[in-house]
Design a protein around this ligand. Structure first.
Ligand code: NDP
Length: 291
């Protein structure tokens, strides 16, 4: 069994990006600039945005955090987005989700200039990705593709079962893995909450991607010997023995599944760290594509 080490791989990608930024600086080029918009004081969102900004600093990007009050109206946020779209010094930006309930997320995502949409959530990017055109690929599936490619996990001709069909993980990874190219050419089945006999499907899979958000759902009896297992799930599970009062669990019962797997991602330290690295990669691409 080989551990797909997302932390190590994400660090390697960050070093590659840093080297490119250093080369830009030595040529006298402007370095990439990422902005992040955060509305409200949600603890988890603050943590995520904080680590995105710190990662920008690490690789030498410029970063701007725009923190707006919880009471910000949809119109005010749309005005902020117009400003970011018009600001030539900003290559890409993200609007941290979830937004407060009084703001229509879809309206906001549609207002983002697709050329600056480094999260890859705009329909223009999603469509371009599906058509195998140059596009910003959402960071989590992009990170999974990188892990598969860099560890040379066999995908061509293999049966991959993706559990979950969300717009940010399950659906895009199912499209990417079925496409031609590195980490692609798989035969993909997409499962979801209406799927019957899920275990029968996962037992046939050479690769299982778990993206449903139910801790330790995939157990050893649900996988075949030698399968590759990608665990996207991140759930906080209460644990009074832990100083934080919780532990992070993935969608895979790691200890028992690892014994049968050929490759497996840990949680934490698997897909999670890759997500930020790929956001940086998208920002670097934005700098290149928009110049
Ligand atoms: P969503 O809640 O948007 O989607 C969950 C999907 O799982 C849905 O398609 C749902 O089906 C399906 N599902 C739910 N229950 C079952 C079940 N019993 N059997 C089969 N399918 C089921 O989640 P996300 O895609 O946003 O996130 C999934 C997990 O990944 C979460 O734990 C999240 O925290 C984590 N995550 C991790 C990231 C990272 O960086 N590592 C990034 C993004 C997410 P249906 O469509 O029918 O409702």
């Amino acid at each position: 069994m080989e551990l797909l080490d997302g932390k190590k791989t994400a660090n390697a990608i960050k070093e590659e990006i840093k080297a490119q930024v250093t080369a830009m600086q030595s040529r006298g080029d402007r370095v990439p600039h990422l902005a992040a918009v955060l509305v409200g004081n949600d603890g988890a969102s603050l943590t995520y945005v904080g680590s995105k900004v710190r990662s920008c600093e690490y690789v030498g990007f410029e970063s701007t955090l725009i923190q707006l009050d919880e009471t910000t109206t949809e119109t005010q946020l749309l005005t902020q987005i117009d400003q970011l779209n018009a600001d030539a010094s900003i290559d890409g930006y993200i609007v941290q989700l979830p937004l407060p309930k009084h703001i229509d997320e879809e309206k906001i995502l549609l207002a983002i200039d697709p050329k600056k949409d480094v999260d890859g959530f705009h329909p223009a990017n999603f469509g371009r990705m599906a058509l195998e055109l140059e596009a910003f690929i959402p960071a989590t599936p992009f990170g999974i593709m990188q892990l598969l490619e860099r560890y040379a996990v066999p995908t061509s001709g293999k049966h991959c079962v993706v559990v979950g069909r969300s717009h940010i993980v399950g659906r895009p990874i199912s499209i990417l893995m079925s496409q031609k190219g590195p980490a692609g050419n798989a035969t993909v089945t997409v499962a979801h909450s209406r799927t019957e006999n899920l275990a029968e499907l996962t037992r046939q899979a050479d690769i299982v991607v778990m993206a449903l958000g139910i801790p330790e759902y995939l157990t050893a009896d649900m996988v075949k010997e030698g399968a590759a297992i990608i665990d996207v799930g991140i759930t906080r599970v209460a644990d009074s023995n832990h100083p934080k009062g919780y532990v992070i669990r993935g969608d895979v019962a790691f200890d028992e599944v690892a014994k049968k797997a050929s490759y497996i991602t840990p949680v934490p330290g698997g897909v999670g760290p890759m997500t930020i690295a790929m956001l940086l990669q998208n920002t670097l691409l934005a700098r290149k594509w928009n110049s």
